[in-house]
Write a protein that binds this ligand. Structure first.
Ligand code: HEM
Length: 284
């Protein structure tokens, strides 16, 4: 009954009416968790199911964290005001995935909490993950209407912590990656796009033209991050990795994928603006 009430309140808008957009968002946020649960139940998580579940929940914690930070830029770029109230739900989902990720790790350690604590203290990537987790949980628990009202202006300041926490989450992602950091580089590229949008002058943000420029700038930043990582943290020649960006025979490298994603967003933004200028019905 409590669960049903909670779900019902999540899919209602501020006026207490059922919101299809919130319902679809909730379904999207729950889908990866349900997928992990179903795969775990039918033995579809491969030879190391617990590790696979750790990876999947960690991935989604990062994706949803980035999506929550992407709400403001996407609202501006796509001129889509109604996504703003979804930010809180997405941010809390990220913290929940991170929490489950940690619990699965504890399960992997057979709930020997002393071992868990000593591993977190001794392994740097786990220490970074733990600090990130504490930060995300602090943000999630202060995201209720009551806490927002209670903290007043301090709430906004506190929630700016989402940015350094994302840097830590990405650092944890890079550190745990083995030789190939492509997946971590790609999400770092998404974060770079968001940060570059943040530093774009307010007046320029009202236009459509900075969006394709951002795609190029984010792609260059992504290539630079990848170059720096291979140069500083591995023995792999960073120049070879950099030049691989021009070779598409193995599929697009992260910087190219970021460029394509950014240009696709620019195209959607352009079509959407044109459509609205012609008097199209306001979407959602
Ligand atoms: C105490 C907290 C945490 C612990 C103990 C932990 C533990 C782990 C472990 C054991 C792995 C797999 C390492 C391997 O394959 O060798 C991992 C990967 C990962 N973790 Fe965490 N983690 C923590 C917090 C976080 C947080 C807060 C996030 C994100 C917000 C996160 C995101 C990830 C990601 C994205 C991966 C890589 C998944 C992949 O390669 O597909 N972790 N973590």
């Amino acid at each position: 009954m409590f669960l049903l009430n909670s779900v019902a309140s999540l899919v209602k808008d501020r006026r207490g009416r059922f919101s299809p957009l919130r319902a679809v968002t909730l379904a999207i946020l729950c889908a990866p968790m349900l997928q992990v649960m179903v795969l775990a139940a039918i033995g579809g998580l491969g030879g190391r199911p617990v590790m696979e579940a750790t990876h999947k929940t960690g991935d989604w914690a990062v994706y949803f964290l980035l999506l929550s930070l992407g709400v403001t830029p996407l609202r501006a770029v796509l001129d889509w005001q109604r996504i703003v109230p979804l930010r809180r739900m997405i941010g809390v989902a990220s913290a929940c995935y991170a929490g489950v990720h940690f619990l699965i790790y504890c399960l992997d350690q057979h709930w020997h909490m002393l071992t868990v604590a000593s591993e977190i203290a001794l392994r740097f990537y786990l220490t970074v993950g733990f600090v990130t987790l504490l930060g995300l949980l602090a943000l999630a628990t202060t995201s209720t209407d009551r806490m927002i009202a209670r903290l007043g202006r301090r709430w906004k300041k506190l929630h700016k912590l989402a940015y350094p926490l994302t840097v830590l989450a990405l650092f944890h992602y890079f550190l745990q990656s083995k030789a190939d950091v492509s997946a971590a580089v790609f999400v770092a590229g998404l974060f770079a796009w968001e940060m570059l949008w943040r530093v774009t002058p307010h007046a320029a943000r009202l236009n459509w033209w900075p969006v394709p420029l951002l795609a190029f700038a984010a792609a260059v930043t992504t290539a630079a991050v990848e170059f720096a990582w291979y140069g500083l943290a591995t023995r792999i020649d960073p120049m070879r990795v950099l030049s691989a960006n021009l070779d598409l025979s193995y599929g697009p490298r992260p910087a190219v994928a970021i460029l394509l994603a950014g240009l696709t967003l620019a195209l959607i933004a352009g079509i959407r603006r044109r459509w609205r200028q012609r008097g199209g019905v306001a979407m959602a």
